[in-house]
Design a protein. Structure first.
Length: 104
């Protein structure tokens, strides 16, 4: 029962969290900011190949990698610089995405 209450409270806190804006590159949670060791060719090819192999789309902000909740939306921006609006769960290193847009 205690675990259920904690889960509900954590979920409510995430829903109430104000959106923040993050800028970075869409990558995968396996490679993060460095695709060179994979020798997969372009960064875009590496990201899409890693995701096909089970990795998740993520945002690399130059320091850390955050898994993106909107995997379908992130797929359009593999290895591209983007602005993501959403709520950060720092402990889980995820962003609950409201929107993703290419940086112009």
């Amino acid at each position: 029962m205690k675990k259920i209450i904690v889960t509900i409270l954590a979920s409510a806190a995430l829903m109430l969290a104000a959106d923040q804006t993050f800028t970075g590159t869409v990558t995968d949670d396996m490679c993060g900011g460095n695709h060179k060791p994979m020798n997969a060719g372009t960064d875009e090819k590496c990201v899409t190949d890693c995701v096909r192999s089970g990795a998740k789309y993520a945002l690399w902000d130059g320091k850390a990698t955050y898994v993106l909740s909107d995997q379908a939306g992130a797929a359009k921006f593999a290895a591209k610089k983007v602005t993501v609006k959403g709520a950060l769960d720092a402990k889980a290193k995820t962003i609950q995405v409201s929107s993703i847009a290419a940086v112009k």
